[in-house]
Design a protein around this ligand. Structure first.
Ligand SMILES: *Cc1c(COP(=O)(O)O)cnc(C)c1O
Length: 481
């Protein structure tokens, strides 16, 4: 044992540094929520940021300073002017749960390596399944992110639906999945990982609401079948990432029943609406899905990354990976719910169930309702303000807290470039953080209202600021003509 090791594990040191870190983070939350912090992000070019940290390592500063510096060099999701990507401002209790998980390091692959978190995981999954309207046969697991959860669900669908033993013998037929052209890119990526190729991704066109055009489902399936493809699954988005619109899950469910397809719902962003009496109707038909993905770190306030993968029939979840890992557990065939790695892609995973459990323990599911309902209401409020403003064009009335719009005062040929420049200037300015998206080849600004402390006054200031930037760009353009 070296003295260096002894010092590294010193509990007194941990206590002092831990308290300092909690102080730093509480100050951060407090100044962010009270609107005192000026910037959501202090933009730095990648190469400059690299140089900064390279120098930092040789400067011999304390880790207390390090944590403060990380704060300055990171984006502040707790700032109400953060309205960019779909990441929640972590509810503090979830961060504490994550800290405990990080220190305890219970690996959870097998029950002994995480008794509490394994039992909690089952309770959390039960809570989801009850809300979704599944019956007692349902099951599920927690895994590291929506991307991995979608892949896991589709791997399961492949093993259940293929004619041969794909897991052991490889692909024997040309398998395919049907998915909205607006779906998250990770669904296509999953299909490619599974060896379906580009041809195995059947993109169903969307209607004017950017949701799957259900009148096209029959033709898409018939065309795929005529090409010799065996379609195994249909993926619905609840909602899609780019525009935040929910597919008509009930009709998709009917279609899957009729054609004996696996029905998967990617509800990574908006599955949490199941806890909102006001908005749960957006998910009507979700109880028909064979599998559902819901992210905790988006609309459920947990730290990243925390994702629930739910199965209508818990037996299916044991069919995803049928390879043997006998050194870990007695028999692969036993459906022992408590040995998690039988059903997850990960071997070791974090104690993510504790993040949900701590929230449930303190607030029940009511906090999820408060969060989703507040933010979806805000989405509608912001959209109404955009629509009423003469400098802006609203893409469409949103289902959720994702709103796409653009500055419309630029000339027709400059409008895409102008909106691109607006977003870049906003990023470099740092008072707000919003993102951008391409809609049918055109450039739009995109906000996701992720912070329940974001209010009307922030929206007003954002729109004023964008108008101002847009006008300056126009004036400069004219000057250079
Ligand atoms: C965010 C998102 C994903 C990806 O989830 P991660 O947790 O970021 O891996 C997948 N699908 C949809 C619809 C999403 O919104």
């Amino acid at each position: 044992m070296t003295s260096r090791l002894k010092k590294a594990y010193d509990p007194e040191k941990f206590k002092v540094e831990g308290h300092q870190l909690i102080d730093t983070l509480s100050d951060y939350i407090s100044s962010a929520l009270q609107n005192k912090s000026q910037k959501v992000t202090d933009w730095n070019l990648p190469d400059n940021e690299y140089a900064f940290w390279k120098n930092y390592l040789s400067a011999g500063k304390s880790n207390t300073l390090l944590f403060e510096e990380v704060l300055k060099h990171s984006i502040h999701t707790h700032n109400p002017r953060y309205m960019g990507h779909q990441i929640a401002p972590t509810v503090p209790i979830s961060a504490l749960a994550t800290l405990q998980s990080a220190l305890m390091n219970n690996g959870m692959a097998v029950y002994e390596m995480g008794m509490a978190s394994t039992a909690m995981e089952r309770i959390v999954i039960d809570t989801f399944n009850e809300a979704l309207g599944y019956d007692v046969n349902a099951g599920g697991l927690l895994t590291s992110g929506g991307t991995l959860a979608n892949l896991t669900a589709l791997l399961c669908a492949r093993n259940v639906m293929a004619s041969n033993d794909v897991w052991n013998d490889g692909l024997d037929e040309n398998l395919a999945v049907m998915v909205s052209e607006e779906a998250h890119y990770c669904v296509s990526r999953a299909a490619k990982i599974m060896g379906f190729g580009e041809g195995g991704i059947i993109k169903v066109p969307v209607n004017e609401n950017f949701t799957i055009d259900t009148t096209k489902l029959d033709t898409c399936l018939a065309e795929a079948t005529a090409k010799g493809l065996k379609v195994i699954a249909l993926v619905g988005s609840a909602p899609s990432t780019s525009t935040g619109m929910y597919d008509d899950l009930e009709t998709l469910g009917d279609f899957c029943t009729q054609h004996q397809l696996w029905f998967h719902v990617d509800a990574a962003h908006g599955g949490a609406a199941i806890f909102s009496p006001q908005y749960k109707s957006l998910l009507k038909g979700i109880n028909r899905a064979d599998s559902v993905v819901i992210d905790g770190h988006k609309m459920m306030m947990t730290s990243s990354i925390t994702t629930a993968l739910l199965f209508k029939d818990h037996k299916d979840s044991y069919k995803t990976f049928s390879q043997k890992a006998q050194y870990l557990w007695g028999s692969q065939e036993d459906e022992d719910w408590f040995n998690m790695a039988k059903r997850t892609f990960e071997c070791t995973k974090s104690m993510m169930s504790l993040r949900f459990f701590a929230i449930l323990n303190e607030h029940g599911t009511a906090l999820f309702d408060d969060f989703v309902t507040t933010l979806y209401d805000s989405g509608k409020q912001f959209a109404t303000m955009v629509k009423a403003h003469e400098d802006f064009e609203l893409l469409l009335v949103p289902d959720s807290n994702i709103v796409c719009f653009r500055y419309s005062k630029a000339s027709a040929e400059k409008i895409d470039l102008c909106n691109r420049q607006i977003r870049q200037q906003l990023l470099e300015d740092g008072e707000f953080y919003i993102v951008e998206t391409q809609i049918k080849g055109r450039h739009y600004l995109r906000v996701t209202i992720m912070n329940p402390f974001t209010e009307r006054s922030h929206f007003e200031r954002l729109l004023d600021k964008i108008s101002e930037i847009g006008k300056n760009i126009e004036t400069k353009d004219h000057a250079t003509l």
